[in-house]
Design a protein around this ligand. Sequence first.
Ligand SMILES: [Zn+2]
Length: 77
Amino acid sequence: MECKEILNILSDYVDGELPEARCLEIQEHMKACSRCREFVESFQESLEIAHNLEKKSPPENVCESVLRAFLESCRQK
Ligand SMILES: [Zn+2]
């Protein structure tokens, strides 16, 4: 699995909506890829912060800005 694929399914992953096999693929990737590991951690943190602030699902633009930052870091490889 590539970093880009993680990106595509990450929001489902943090929502717990992915099938177990896909979750395992993400977890395997994160073992090998420290950047994705750190990214998923910060993604989950920002979702939690947004949840606490909004008391509901985070606004779409929060997810987008975090994902865009991740894409930027992929490009700087
Ligand atoms: Zn990665």
